[in-house]
Ligand binder design. Structure first.
Ligand SMILES: Nc1ncnc2c1ncn2[C@@H]1O[C@H](COP(=O)(O)OP(=O)(O)OP(=O)(O)O)[C@@H](O)[C@H]1O
Ligand SMILES: [Mg+2]
Length: 292
């Protein structure tokens, strides 16, 4: 079992922006979802874990080693798929993986060859091994990104919004791939899509404005909202008054009719009980930040 322990982490950028505010988390093997809207601080947190930037204060321990003080220790065990991979050089998928494997310290040529073939087969790109990566489609690039993250047999894999921009079929294929690898290692997946977390993650955290709002299993977080979620169809013109009088967590147009969902300890009159979903957990958590 691997463990990643984050203790009272703070990160303030040079311009004074506080991107991570007192975050503490404990993550074990399996898929961990980091869910939050644009600007929440997901990439900031991930880049700090992988050692691209130093936190202003706080500790990160990987299997009891302080990786802020000893960044080389985690580099050997880490795979990272950044949100923005940047520009790919004009080399084939195979040669690029070979190059990255050398950088990751896979020195033995036969071992490198075996790993590369195994990974390219795993991500369904073996047939394209001689094609240059910059000519790949978005989905193929993301699968290539997973292959490079898995080189060197990492114990912790961090993927930053990997499904953004993928069509539904590629997204499913990609998610299945992540699911397969997460049994024996830590996989941290950031996303703003509730659905990715719902389908994949055994544990999750909701983040906004640099803070953790909620952490738990999707199931436990959903059951906390049992008998507290209510909905109603309303006239568009009444929306503002509902927002002022209720804790409205979401609004949705269904066949041109406006439905609102509210959080309330007791049933508000004229509202119908609604089975809580992970979406409600997410939107309720977010309304709590926006109010504070
Ligand atoms: N190098 C930097 N210097 C100053 N501020 C930064 C820097 N990088 C990010 N920020 C700010 O920190 C906040 C968090 O950004 P971050 O990229 O971590 O969010 P995110 O959750 O990954 O968002 P997205 O979903 O859009 O990728 C934002 O307000 C952003 O503008
Ligand atoms: Mg980001």
């Amino acid at each position: 079992m691997n463990t990643l322990k984050i203790d009272n982490l703070e990160l303030t950028y040079k311009n004074g922006h506080q991107a991570i505010r007192n975050i503490s988390l404990e993550i074990e093997n399996g898929m961990f979802g980091l869910l939050g809207p644009n600007g929440a601080g997901k990439s900031s947190l991930m880049k700090t874990i992988v050692g691209f930037q130093k936190p202003t204060s706080g500790e990160i321990l990987f299997n009891d080693v302080n990786i802020v003080k000893n960044p080389d220790d985690i580099k050997k065990h880490l795979g990272f798929l950044p949100q923005d991979f940047g520009v790919y050089p004009k080399v084939s998928a195979y040669n690029l993986l070979d190059h990255i494997a050398i950088l990751k310290g896979v020195k033995d040529a036969t071992e490198r060859k075996n790993q590369i073939q195994h990974l390219l087969e795993k991500v369904n790109l073996w047939g394209f091994k001689n094609k240059e990566v910059h000519t790949f489609s978005g989905g193929m690039k993301q699968r290539f990104g997973v292959a490079q993250a898995l080189l060197g047999k990492p114990k912790i894999i961090i993927v930053d919004e990997p499904t953004a921009g993928l069509d539904p079929e590629e997204r499913n294929r990609f998610n299945t791939l992540l699911n397969d690898i997460s049994t024996e290692v830590i996989v941290i997946l950031s996303t703003h899509l509730v659905e990715d977390v719902k389908n994949l993650c055994s544990k999750m955290t909701i983040m906004n404005k640099g803070q953790i709002l909620k952490t738990g299993t999707p199931k436990d977080l959903i059951s906390e909202l049992e008998n507290k979620i209510w909905s109603k169809s309303i006239k568009t013109g009444d929306l503002e008054s509902y927002i002022n009088n209720y804790n409205v967590i979401s609004q949705q147009l269904i066949e041109r009719e406006l439905y609102i969902t509210v959080y309330s300890e007791n049933q508000p009159s004229d509202f119908e009980a609604t089975t809580p979903l992970l979406e409600h957990v997410y939107f309720y958590a977010l309304t709590q930040t926006n109010r504070s």
